[in-house]
Design a protein around this ligand. Structure first.
Ligand code: NAP
Ligand code: MG
Length: 503
């Protein structure tokens, strides 16, 4: 249990000052055009503030400053141990502002403030510390070239990095990308999702206090089709690290091919499975994880396990237990009140999309076990956690990333059938297996096509394990662990032929 209570949140809101401007060259500045976008809270339906709606000209300015800063060496040539110290200080400062960041994130996104306070901000801070520590530990290699030569392979910062962020875990994803790219000495441009700009702008406010030189970090707010495209097409951006939808991932590949062939790292969508093997005796742990993976963040999670495969002989028991544990452990209500662990959808556009799917599934006569409706709680955009049973294999319930609180429990005749069905989608981001048997653990973990397979607990690994997708869930690199640093560095070979007299 955390120390957070409602009066702490209310006091914090009373004293919050909302960021409005983009962050370029160490200053908060309006868009050159003066245009703004309203930020609407999905909890109250009211405008929180307005923020800068940037255009290509703002992107050009930010990239030019980032490039100059990189070339100046003020950060890129700073000794890695010094960069480490600065980033560790940055993590400490961010941690001191946990409440403010968590409240702003909740207000802007409808995520439960208790999650933001106990998961999103602390895990983001942990990531900043982990990657800071890696700054002076990321070794290159010496080649086995024999006595006549010395070949060394060094890793060098790329230069200007752009990070394009989705709205479902705005702060955490930003910190996942910002920390390793800065640890390696790059200058960065962050493009937050339009519906969740505020926490990112607050985060970068603390950069100078930590000692990060101006021009190393910029945040360009505005529409994806304008700012995102301008970054994608820019000749001086060396890499784009993108987390978001498959559709926009394709566009980024196009921008790269039409411009400077910049490196594109794609962390995309998923339709992740959970497989309960036929050897599991007690279903309670699996059921609690099925609920968490399906309904955490109101299902707006790229690794949501929305296809849960259960032996046919245990299916009724599993679904009954899910409904029982749902009512015992999930509390739906005002996301700003820490007693609730289930909040709203991100915004009206997405609420309408998910309810559109829901109404189609109901009209098609799918077997509904729980939920199926929207909920009226204040002005919030709530959708009930929803469980369907045994949808047709061709249904969107089985093939499409719904990005909402809708999950399906599917009865299977064998472990092999479950794994074959688990693999029968175009995505491969994450999978969870429940088993009491060591052989099944490794046999089926190897058989499932996913970037991460977790055993007996739904998770995405931790900061020490690479996170990324297979198949249409992405390629080009991973977040977390040393792999994240590979996204933001390029390899150079330096080769000395010792047989030449001039060497
Ligand atoms: P999205 O629509 O793809 O948006 C992601 C980001 O791309 C936003 O910042 C968006 O800006 C920007 N964007 C939009 N159009 C663009 C364009 N033409 N060029 C460049 N950038 C553009 O995705 P989302 O709705 O925010 O997030 C949900 C998706 O992200 C889901 O598919 C989910 O699975 C995926 N996701 C994946 C992971 C993972 O690690 N694999 C993690 C989280 C989420 P605007 O907001 O201004 O449109
Ligand atoms: Mg918002």
């Amino acid at each position: 249990m955390s120390d957070l209570n409602l009066s702490m949140v209310e006091n914090c809101i009373a004293n919050l000052s909302y960021p409005t401007n983009a962050f370029i060259g160490g200053d908060f500045v309006p868009a050159m055009s003066g245009k703004t976008i309203a930020s609407i809270s999905p909890i109250t339906g009211e405008e929180i503030t307005e923020y800068a709606s940037c255009d290509k000209e703002d992107v050009d300015k930010a990239v030019s400053i980032a490039k100059k800063t990189f070339e100046s060496g003020v950060w890129s040539k700073m000794h890695p141990t010094e960069r480490k110290k600065v980033l560790l200080k940055y993590a400490d400062i961010i941690e001191k502002h946990t409440l403010e960041l968590a409240v702003l994130e909740s207000l802007d996104s409808g995520k439960p403030v208790s999650d933001c306070y106990t998961i999103d901000v602390p895990e983001g801070v942990h990531a900043v510390r982990w990657h800071a520590e890696y700054a002076d530990k990321n070794y290159g290699q010496a080649s086995p070239s024999g006595d006549g030569a010395v070949g060394i392979v060094v890793k060098e910062a790329i230069g200007v990095v752009a990070c394009i962020i989705p709205w479902n875990f705005p702060l955490m994803t930003t910190m996942w990308k910002l920390a390793p790219s800065l640890a390696e000495g790059n200058s960065i441009i962050i493009k937050p999702a339009s519906v969740t700009t505020l926490s990112t702008l607050l985060l970068v406010k603390f950069a100078a206090e930590a000692g990060i030189p101006e021009g190393v970090i910029q945040v360009i707010t505005g529409s994806g089709s304008v700012v995102g495209e301008a970054l994608g097409m820019h000749p001086d951006v060396g890499v784009i690290s993108f987390t978001g939808s498959t559709e926009i991932g394709r566009k980024l590949l196009e921008y790269s091919s039409k411009s400077n062939l910049k490196k594109i790292v794609l962390e995309l969508g998923g339709k992740s499975p959970m497989v309960i093997m036929d050897d599991v005796k007690d279903l309670t742990n699996a059921v609690d994880n099925a609920l968490f993976s399906s309904f955490w963040n109101a299902g707006q999670s790229c690794t949501a396990n929305s296809r849960i495969f259960v032996p046919k002989s245990r299916q009724d028991e599993f679904v009954e237990l899910m409904i029982q544990r749902m009512d015992q452990t999930w509390r739906i209500g005002n996301p700003l009140d820490p007693q609730f662990n289930y909040g709203t959808m991100i915004g009206k556009f997405h609420y309408d999309q998910v309810m559109g799917y829901m109404n189609t599934f109901l009209a098609e006569g799918h077997n509904l076990a729980y939920g199926g409706k929207s909920l009226t709680i204040g002005q919030g955009l709530f959708i009930q956690p929803t469980i369907f049973v045994d949808p047709e294999p061709s249904s969107d319930l089985m093939t499409t990333e719904l990005f909402g609180p809708i999950t399906s429990v599917i009865g299977v005749n064998s472990n092999e059938e479950a794994v074959a069905m688990a693999n029968n989608v175009e995505y491969g981001l994450q999978a969870t297996i429940f088993t009491d048997n060591l052989v099944n653990t490794f046999k089926y973990a190897r058989a499932i096509k996913a970037g991460t397979v977790s055993i007996n607990r739904y998770c995405e690994g931790d900061i020490t394990t690479p996170f990324g997708g297979l198949k249409m869930s992405g390629f080009g690199g991973q977040d977390n662990a040393g792999a994240a640093h590979d996204q933001y560095t390029e390899i150079k070979t330096i080769f000395a032929d010792l047989t030449q007299s001039s060497c």
